[in-house]
Design a protein around this ligand. Structure first.
Ligand SMILES: CN1CCN(c2ccc(C(=O)Nc3n[nH]c4c3C=[N+](C(=O)[C@H](O)c3ccccc3)C4)cc2)CC1
Length: 284
């Protein structure tokens, strides 16, 4: 059963592998995380040898609100309890000093959305990415999702922006790197109502944004949108439509069309992720 039930009650800071603060070195910022900075860092596992491993260090600034403090701890709970090749690993924490640190596996390629946009084929330069590259990324993410489903864990925010890559070159591996919305739900059952402006409507099925019903099928729907993002090199879904218009037209049955050059089986898969009735098994 989902290892996180009751997490919000019982989690204590001493539950995590505390790494000595002097074995960690902040190098440079990697971009603003949701609540503080994410840095490239170096971790020196042993005092004797001068070897270090690259890590990403997520910091919690001193002036963080209690809500952010809770999110930060929840992220440690989530990542600390999920152990899979396609989910970014939590190496340890450093809560002993402020700013507090989460030490995460370093993903040199950055997020998938930015990567795809940087590799989008344009008029005068073809992309170096092949369909097999795109499908490999999609398969990596599926493996991470199957693991989450095996734990009956609902991610609630699968999207290219939340996927990280081990590198940008050949042999890159995609991993689920952020659990934004899932953290929220552990904060309050009504995160949807209190923060509906933050709700990723374009990645959600009607039963989720209309009735707040979430299940693994919600992640299946989002995965279909993520596949569409991969095939379009990260266009914004429902191009030209506002969130409000999407709510209207998707609820009445409109769907995005997969791109023309999308392989037939993939087109069928994407469409099966967007079935109106979530109960119907995808027959692909
Ligand atoms: C041309 N260059 C190529 C390289 N490039 C980067 C840009 C960003 C990154 C980066 O953030 N890497 C990360 N490794 N581990 C974690 C990361 C973020 N984490 C987080 O937890 C972040 O919150 C997160 C999570 C999911 C998605 C985005 C951000 C954990 C790496 C290279 C810059 C441009």
């Amino acid at each position: 059963i989902n290892p996180l039930y009751g997490a919000r009650k019982s989690v204590k800071e001493e539950d995590f592998p505390e790494l000595p603060r002097n074995s960690l070195k902040l190098l440079h910022p990697l971009g603003n995380g949701a609540f503080g900075e994410v840095y490239k860092g170096a971790y020196f596992p042993s005092r004797e040898k001068n070897e270090s491993i690259s890590v990403a260090i997520k910091t919690l600034s001193k002036e963080a609100t209690d809500e952010h403090k809770n999110d930060f701890l929840m992220e440690a709970v989530l990542l600390g309890s999920l152990k899979h090749y396609n989910i970014v690993k939590l190496i340890g924490v450093s809560f002993i000093r402020v700013p507090k640190f989460l030490i995460l596996e370093f993903m040199e390629g950055g997020d998938l959305k930015t990567f795809l946009q940087a590799n989008r084929p344009t008029f005068n330069n073809k992309t170096t990415l092949k369909m097999t590259d795109l499908l490999r990324i999609a398969m990596d993410i599926v493996d991470g999702c199957k693991y989450l489903e095996s734990l009956r864990f609902i991610h609630r925010d699968l999207a290219a922006r939340n996927i990280l890559l081990t590198s940008r070159g050949v042999g890159r591996v995609a991993k689920i790197g952020d659990f934004g919305m899932a953290k929220d739900v552990y904060k309050s059952e009504y995160y949807r109502k209190s923060k509906n402006s933050l709700v990723p409507v374009k990645w959600m099925p009607p039963e989720a944004y209309l009735d707040g019903v979430f299940s693994t099928k919600t992640d299946v729907w989002s995965y279909g949108v993520l596949l569409w993002e991969i095939l379009t090199f990260s266009y914004i879904p429902y191009p030209g439509l506002s969130n409000h218009e999407v709510i209207q037209c998707v609820a009445k049955g409109d769907r995005m069309c997969p791109p023309r050059y999308c392989p037939k089986p993939l087109k069928a898969l994407i469409e099966s992720c967007w079935r109106t009735e979530p109960e119907t098994e995808t027959d692909v």
